[in-house]
Design a protein around this ligand. Structure first.
Ligand SMILES: NC(=O)c1ccc[n+]([C@@H]2O[C@H](COP(=O)([O-])OP(=O)(O)OC[C@H]3O[C@@H](n4cnc5c(N)ncnc54)[C@H](OP(=O)(O)O)[C@@H]3O)[C@@H](O)[C@H]2O)c1
Length: 304
C-alpha cells in the first residue's frame, strides 16, 4: 500500500532541519508544499520560496497556527526542539504535535517522526516497537527522549480522540546530503576528538540514507490509521558506530578514538520486521551512502 505524492497539499514541519530539508526539496516540484518552522534566518525562507514551497513562520510551542492551512492532504511532522529547557521542549514537541494535529484534523494522514531514542537501553537485543521505553539520550540531550515519548503519547491521544489517521515512525540514524551522526563522527576523527561509545560493544544502529527516507514516506502515510501505526524506521542493514568509523577511516585516513562511557546511548539496533511488512526493505547500501556523503560534503578528504 502506498499513496502518490504528486499534486497534493503537504505540510512539512522542520523543513530547515537535516531530515526535513531534502524531503521538501524533493516534494516541492510535484506538490504544493507548506514549510513550517520558526525561520530565524530570513535566507531560509527565501530558499524555500525559490524552490516553490510556501514558508510559514510559527513557533510550535505557542505560536498562532492561523497561517497554517487546515486542509493539507498530508502532514509530515519533522520539527524537533531540544533546547534543554524542559518546559519549552515539552510544550513545543508534545503540546505542539497535538495543536498541529487538531488544526489539521481533516488531513488524509499525519506522519509524526519520532526516534529510537525513546527506547531504554537493552544491550544487543534489536528493539521491537513493544520494547521498553526509557530516557536513553539523557547524557547528550537531557530533554530529548522524554520529549519524544511525550510527543508520541500526545499524537496517539489526539489521533484516537479525533479519528486522525496517524503513523509514528521511530527514526534510527538518518544521514545524507545534510550530514548526520556519521558525518559528525568523521569531523571528530579529523580533529582527534574522542567518540563516546557504550562499553558493551559494538554500538549498533540502522543508518538510513535520505533517499530511502524519502522513498518510504508514501508507504508510511498509507499505513496511517486512527488507531495509530507505530513503526521503527531505519536502514535494513544494522551497522555499528565502530564499523562506520572504520569505513570512514578507510576513506579518509583519519583514525577514530573511542572512549567508553556506560552512559553513552549504546546499541539501538531496530527490529525491522514491521517496517519491512509495511514499506519493504531499504535499498541504499550503507557504504555507498556514506561514501557519497563524504564525496558531497568534503571531497578533499577522500583518499587522504
Ligand atoms: N538527526 C538525527 O540523527 C535524528 C535521529 C533520530 C530521529 N530524528 C528525528 O527526526 C526529525 C528531524 O530531525 P532533524 O535532525 O532533521 O532536526 P533538526 O535538524 O534539529 O531540525 C529541527 C527542525 O525543527 C524546527 N524547529 C525547531 N524548533 C521549532 C519550534 N519551536 N517551532 C517550529 N519549528 C521548530 C527547526 O527550524 P527553526 O529552527 O527554523 O524553527 C528545524 O527545521 C525529528 O523528529 C527528530 O527527533 C533525528
Amino acid at each position: 500500500m502506498t499513496v502518490e505524492l504528486k499534486g497534493k497539499r503537504i505540510l512539512v514541519t522542520g523543513p530547515t532541519g537535516q531530515v526535513g530539508r531534502p524531503l521538501v526539496e524533493a516534494l516541492a516540484p510535484h506538490n504544493e508544499v507548506f514549510a513550517l518552522a520558526r525561520f530565524g534566518k530570513p535566507e531560509d525562507r527565501d530558499a524555500f520560496t525559490a524552490i516553490g514551497a510556501h514558508p510559514i513562520a510559527v513557533d510550535l510551542a505557542d505560536g498562532s497556527l492561523d497561517a497554517v492551512p487546515e486542509d493539507p492532504d498530508y502532514v509530515l511532522n519533522f520539527a524537533v526542539m531540544k533546547t534543554g529547557d524542559w518546559a519549552y521542549d515539552l510544550r513545543a514537541n508534545a503540546e505542539g504535535v497535538g495543536r498541529l494535529m487538531l488544526h489539521c484534523r481533516r488531513a488524509r494522514a499525519f506522519l509524526h517522526c519520532s526516534s529510537t531514542a525513546v527506547y531504554a537501553y537493552g544491550g544487543h537485543e534489536p528493539r521491537t516497537e513493544d520494547s521498553p521505553l526509557g530516557d536513553n539520550h539523557r547524557v547528550m540531550l537531557p530533554t530529548y527522549s522524554i520529549s519524544k515519548i511525550a510527543a508520541e503519547t500526545v499524537a496517539r491521544f489526539t489521533a484516537h480522540e479525533f479519528g486522525i489517521p496517524t503513523t509514528i515512525a521511530r527514526l534510527s540514524v538518518p544521514y545524507g546530503t545534510r550530514g548526520g551522526w556519521p558525518w559528525y563522527h568523521l569531523l571528530m576523527m579529523q580533529n582527534g576528538v574522542p567518540i563516546e561509545v557504550h562499553p558493551e560493544r559494538p554500538n549498533v544502529y540502522n543508518p538510513l540514507h535520505e533517499r530511502d527516507c524519502l522513498a518510504k514516506i508514501p508507504g508510511l502515510l498509507a499505513a496511517a490509521t486512527p488507531e495509530v501505526t507505530t513503526v521503527n524506521f531505519g536502514g535494513s542493514q544494522a551497522v555499528a558506530i565502530e564499523q562506520w568509523c572504520a569505513y570512514l577511516q578507510e576513506l579518509t585516513g583519519f583514525e577514530p578514538v573511542f572512549r567508553e562511557n556506560p552512559e553513552a546511548f549504546g546499541s539501538l539496533q531496530i527490529d525491522t520486521t514491521r517496517m519491512h511488512a509495511l514499506v519493504g526493505p531499504t535499498t541504499v547500501d550503507w557504504k555507498d551512502g556514506m561514501r557519497e556523503m563524504v564525496q558531497l560534503l568534503a571531497p578533499q578528504l577522500l583518499g587522504n
